[in-house]
Design a protein. Sequence first.
Length: 457
Amino acid sequence: MSQKIALLTPLHPQKTGIADWIEEMLPYLRASLGKEYQIDLFVEDCVPTEADTVANHKIYPMELFESVCETYDLYVYQIGNNRFHTTIYQIAMRHPGIIILHDFAIHHLVAGIYLDVMKNDVAYFDEVERNHGEATKNLAYQRAANGQLGLWETDAISYPMNRTITKNAEGVIVFSQYAKRRLEQYGDAVPIHRAYLHCSGEAHMCSESEVKSARSALGLCMRPDEKLICVFGFIGKAKRPYSILKAAGNLKKMGQKFQLVFVGQLQDDCKDLPKEVKRAGLQDEVHMTGFTSAEEFDHYVRASDICISLRYPTMGETSGVLMRALRYGKPSVVTNIGTFRDVPDNTVIKISWGDSEVEELTRVLQDLLTRPELYIQMRDNAVAYAEEYLEPAKTAEDISEFLKSAITFRKIKNSETYITARDSLLQKYVTLGYFDKRMQASAAKTLAEIFECKYNS
């Protein structure tokens, strides 16, 4: 009999990078798990469109999950910091399973559940206290009482609101050492596993013909001396588009030849970006695509010479766009913050987010445009990093082993042998005077090893 895994997730055509991620990962997960495992998908307000997903998985409305969940060996929940994960979050709190935490900070999601869906500000303040203590609860209340911006709008990374759901989980998968380290600081007895965010295909250097083909498919008309600089994803203020525009203006004054394309839908806080382009006199250099298909998006990554992946403030997310850029050997500029710090300094160029942001960005772009040896070095290092860490088959194997171990651990944790071993081990901790908040986590890890379960790697 096959082991059944229930996966609650957004899927295409829902406009979210997490849907992109899982659609790309599912074929690799099936191959890695093998035929003895079955992944069923539960979706909300979505008629899936990817042929491979529809052909190879049973897909059910999310509203049916709680009536059939007892027939599954493991529940897996995709959690991100947007509205597509509201119901998933609520179900995960009632039926603990494995959390795939794409955004370290999910304060916006949680605030939306309590304030917009439940219309219960008192419950929101109580949830803040459960996650971050009484002092933070009082701060959140004062902000609301004074009509100030909420904590999720100004200090989300300091108050990520992720402890309740991760503490309740049977295990958590994250995509950065930064997120793993922050979660482990809670000292909760929950396995935290760091996986690498895959790069949506095998890593390889884009050939000149591949670049030309991508540009032709997109209808891009570029002079031989022009370079293509791209910014990808939903374009909000956190991706620093206004700083990027200022840097582009500086490059134009320096006589550099380039095209700058914002590839993705403009968010509400950047609706005036086209006006700023005109005001800066950059209409000939700067373009915006709006929302693109996955195929068109990939064409732009292939077509680009340089990718910019700035982020401030950060939600602790790992950039899937950056992983794609590295896959194709695209020199990339990132903000030196959060998960970007996990990427080696010789693989991406890091700049600060403070007062010197525009100056630093201008300088590094100028260097990449005028120093061929630097460009080649960053290109080669990007592909090497992607080959070593970002191959989707490797990521799928890593995640599959964690899921298999979670199923095994789920089955044995209520067995008489396990309970006896647990009680004996905990008694030893007490006898030795090691009874502190990390004791249970250490005991869980030791027992996992005893039962040959790679559950806390």
